[in-house]
Design a protein around this ligand. Sequence first.
Ligand code: 5GP
Ligand code: MN
Length: 341
Amino acid sequence: MSETAARKRQQSHARGVVGEICDEVLARQRFLLTSHARPDGDSIGSQLAMAYALDALGKDVRILNADPAPDHYREFPGLDRIEIASTAAGVDADALIVMECSDLGRTGVAGLEGRFIINIDHHVGNRMYGALNWFDESAAACGEMVFEVIQALRVPLTYEIATHIYLAILTDTGSFHHSNITPRTFDICRQAVEAGVNPAAMARGVFDSNSFGKLKLIGALLDAMELADEGRLAVLDMDDAMLAACGCTYNDTEGVINLPLTAREIQAVVFFKVASNGDVRVSMRSKYDVDVRLVANGFGGGGHKNAAGFTVPGPLEAVRGPILDRLVEAIAHGLQTRPVP
Ligand code: 5GP
Ligand code: MN
């Protein structure tokens, strides 16, 4: 099947699922929304856009996450609605909407099983754990899919909904850098701006809201950065001591991984974060067709072609070599199809 035929089939299938999601949403009253642990802009934006849309329909809505949102999102509308807890046991709801999670374990929240689940996600490898599953890997952000559901529900695009949809897209495309951006992405953003979103304020709020401590952390990380594969691969290392020295928390690392990609030669970045329990959290970013998701899959993780991650037991010295080897292979493969702007 050609790529276009495959996409058309996926889209016609998707229309059916979106219709079913609407039917179930309209028929049910009490909703619990959740997304992945260590939330990012797409998980926060998708959940809050959905929450505001459900409000508009007169539904009862709770949002429950395992971890708080990064600090600089606190001024976005509705952030105080998100409850932080490691279990949903005892939460009374007749539908659970899980966004951005390839499996329920990604939520970091216990007590979700056995409920009526609507699963909306764009991560390849989604386990289809819901009663209704809408998976679309062609979506640049889960927020694009949430937008489609909200439209199908005929909920007007308010400023709050538009803000969160735009937040989801702005962050999950790496500020319009990743290779899965389509005309649909810009069409949704156009509608968001028409609804009152200010792109300059969004970009400043999301990307230019660092603390001084974070600037120090960026300096320390880039100063210690190593290059491999003749400068095509950047390697960043961090541990809790480095965070403490800069007065930072784990949340302050968000976005730092993208900085090495601003060097022309660098095609991929890997960021090793050694946690206090010895586990190594590995984040990767890449340009064009360098597929870091395939690397993540090899170590039990996932993500997207240009942004992926996983966690492995330490020590770092034992895992570092094999991970770098796989990345060098991915770069060699991806460079063959590098487009010219
Ligand atoms: P980040 O590096 O920002 O933590 O994650 C980048 C992307 O990879 C995100 O889309 C995230 O959902 C995905 N990802 C990160 N860690 C994991 C993981 O442990 N398992 C899976 N399945 N996906 C991950
Ligand atoms: Mn996403």
